[in-house]
Design a protein around this ligand. Structure first.
Ligand code: ATP
Ligand code: MG
Length: 137
């Protein structure tokens, strides 16, 4: 079974949506095999979003991701990476399909409630950045 890395972002934890979002994952056949609530440091957020360093929204994104607690998690299932991106919906909630997490919960293109890995390579990197192997059960 494939694994993907997920974050429930500060806009969603602030509105107490962790359980509702986790229910979407479970209903879609994804299993939460690791989960931890953390407050990301500036350094953690900058490293995590390093690929976006040159983007105009980078500083704002790092400020947002460190503005409150997040839930980091590992989701497991058949085709978990694509499946998760499907149920998250488009980055910008204005473009997200009906019934997706971002359509139903996101506040804006930045405060868009969830992160999900976009490739097997990035899933492996992102999982290893936040979890030790023994935490995935
Ligand atoms: P994620 O990587 O969080 O799963 P994504 O792959 O759909 O989302 P990316 O293009 O990787 O989107 O952008 C990473 C994050 O940066 C987005 O989820 C969003 O929070 C923020 N972001 C992306 N584009 C913009 C933008 N134009 N303005 C502000 N923030 C943005
Ligand atoms: Mg991305």
């Amino acid at each position: 079974l494939e694994r993907t890395f997920s974050i429930i972002k500060p806009d969603a934890t602030r509105r107490n949506l962790t359980g509702k979002i986790n229910a979407r994952f479970e209903e879609a056949g994804l299993r939460i095999v690791a989960q931890r609530r953390i407050w990301m440091t500036q350094a953690q957020a900058e490293t995590f979003y390093g690929v976006h360093k040159e983007r105009p929204f980078f500083n704002s994104l790092v400020a947002f991701m460190t503005s409150g607690p997040v839930v980091v998690q590992v989701l497991e299932g058949e085709g978990a990476i694509a499946r998760n991106r499907e149920i998250m919906g488009a980055t910008n909630p204005a473009n997200a399909a009906a019934g997706t997490i971002r359509k139903d919960f996101a506040e804006s293109v930045e405060a868009n409630s969830v992160h999900g890995s976009d490739s097997p390579e990035n899933a492996a990197i992102e999982i290893a950045y936040f979890f030790a192997g023994h935490e995935l059960v």
